[in-house]
Design a protein around this ligand. Structure first.
Ligand SMILES: [Fe+2]
Ligand SMILES: [Fe+2]
Length: 474
């Protein structure tokens, strides 16, 4: 049985091993921002409710946005390389603009350079995140990874597996991984797991063969296969739940629900577009690297993320509707020049974990943390957008995630990560590390955005490529 909206079976319990979301409040007055995104009136149709804190009028500015694209449902990427942000990207983009060729690795600067002005973040000195906030490094990595997704206009597709390019990417990744390791303490795998000898670890259960019908909607769901209630699987569920519950990052979602003005909400959507327009893709890399219960659970989640066979229900497509209703350009990568390093680092973390088999445990933990911190924040985003005048279409992406992720978090923690830990207890620490990375990056992002808004500044890059135009053919 489905709920007719998400395509998710309503028989799943939404209370199984549930995890909280971060608490706290934004605190303090947050002034208006001037994003320069658009003087164009967003297309949301319902007027803001009386007493709304929103100004509901985008700040006028020189960075004019022409009317949003018509948004054909399945338009291609079609974006050129972004603007360079320093010596690494200038060097890299110069090569990518030419036919594939061999080259020596770039002369990378020595220690990680300080953050530029666009991404100033208040972070404790004990958790130095410099590589995570290095504009040049993060954009270079993002471009290397993008060759495995939609690519760039004008960049030869053969660059994807060019040995010199891959060697360069490896050097950049080493700096990124070093930054992640410094910024994110690695959670302990716990004595219970280390006490489980690999040879006696529970084997993943085997799902029954479906009697008929290959369609996703009729195939047996992973809930039909019990995950052991004790041992590594149970420990993993508990550990993930505790990790998420202990996260105390700033509540950006609460601010967006109650206080953000329309321009700030649009700015938030611009940041999120970097991931949401390819939502689920990075985690899909894990599918061929898994077996058994974890694989079945991941496919179950991804099936929903990709709309259960309905292109218009793909979460990335729902997000494009939200962007269009907010008067934003919904084409893939439209705002790449405007987002700071911390936003790119969120996507780069997923790609790093996704493109390396050795990080498959971390990738699953990352997805679990995403799902376990999604339902309540998305409820808040939806309420915030409605307060600002958003209609049903504008809010559908958030409404979808309130429902879907209440289920996904159970599948992710219990079936996927629990099943993976049961089969691979030696990788349980990787799962928790991936979850911790997701939470840490989200904390950095929220801290950055709220700090900028408190200063009355935009959280986007102000000099990230001049005018932001909409529609293809920029
Ligand atoms: Fe989603
Ligand atoms: Fe989800």
């Amino acid at each position: 049985m489905t709920d007719g909206h998400t395509g998710i079976r309503s028989t799943r319990s939404a209370t199984r091993g549930g995890a909280g979301v971060r608490g706290g409040t934004a605190g303090g007055h947050v002034g208006p921002s001037s994003t320069g995104l658009s003087p164009t009136e967003p297309a949301i149709v319902t007027p803001p409710s009386a007493g709304s804190a929103s100004t509901a009028s985008p700040s006028a500015g020189p960075a004019a946005v022409t009317p949003p694209s018509t948004g054909s449902a399945l338009a291609g990427a079609g974006r050129p390389l972004p603007r360079a942000r320093g010596p690494i990207t200038a060097w890299l983009f110069d090569r990518l603009a030419r036919p594939p060729h061999r080259f020596d690795p770039p002369p990378l600067p020595g220690p990680a350079r300080p953050v530029n002005g666009a991404a100033a973040v208040d972070v404790p000195p004990a958790a130095d995140p410099a590589p995570l906030l290095d504009e040049d490094l993060q954009l270079a990595l993002f471009a290397c990874y993008e060759l495995h997704y939609q690519g760039f206009d004008g960049v030869d597709e053969r660059w994807e597996w060019n040995p010199s390019l891959l060697e360069t990417r490896g050097i950049l990744e080493a700096r990124f991984e070093e930054g992640l390791a410094r910024a994110v303490p690695r959670p302990s795998a716990g004595p219970e797991l280390s006490a489980v000898p690999r040879s006696t670890a529970p084997k993943p259960p085997v799902a029954p063969v479906p009697s008929a019908g290959p369609k996703p909607s009729t195939a047996p769901k992973s809930s039909a296969v019990p995950v052991p209630s004790a041992g590594p699987a149970a420990w993993m569920r508990r550990a993930l739940t505790e990790l998420v519950a202990a996260d105390d990052g700033p509540a950006l979602s609460a601010y967006l629900q109650r206080e953000a003005d329309l321009e700030q909400f649009r700015e938030f959507v611009v940041h999120r577009s970097i991931y949401h327009l390819k939502e689920a893709d990075p985690h899909t890399w894990a599918i061929p690297r898994l077996r058994g219960q974890a694989k079945a659970a991941l496919v179950e989640i991804q099936t929903d993320e990709y709309g259960g066979g309905r292109a218009e229900r793909m979460h990335a497509e729902l997000f494009r509707v939200t962007m269009r209703r907010l008067g934003l350009d919904d084409s893939y990568g439209a705002y790449l020049d405007r987002v700071p390093a911390v936003t790119l680092a969120i996507s780069n973390t997923m790609s790093l974990f996704g493109l390396h088999r050795r990080h498959r445990g971390a990738l699953l933990g990352h997805l679990a943390a995403f799902e376990m911190t999604s339902s309540l924040p998305n409820r808040r985003y939806g309420r915030g957008l409605r307060r600002l005048g958003g209609d049903e279409a504008a809010c559908s992406f958030y409404d979808e995630h309130v429902q879907a992720d209440a289920v996904h978090e159970q599948i992710a923690a219990h079936d996927m990560c629990g099943g993976f830990a049961a089969a691979h207890p030696e990788l349980a620490g990787d799962v928790l590390y991936g979850a911790a990375c997701a939470l840490a990056l989200d904390r950095l992002f929220a801290t950055h955005v709220l700090a900028c808004w408190r200063r009355g500044a935009t959280s986007l890059r102000e000099h990230g490529g001049g005018e932001v135009t909409s529609g293809p053919g920029r």
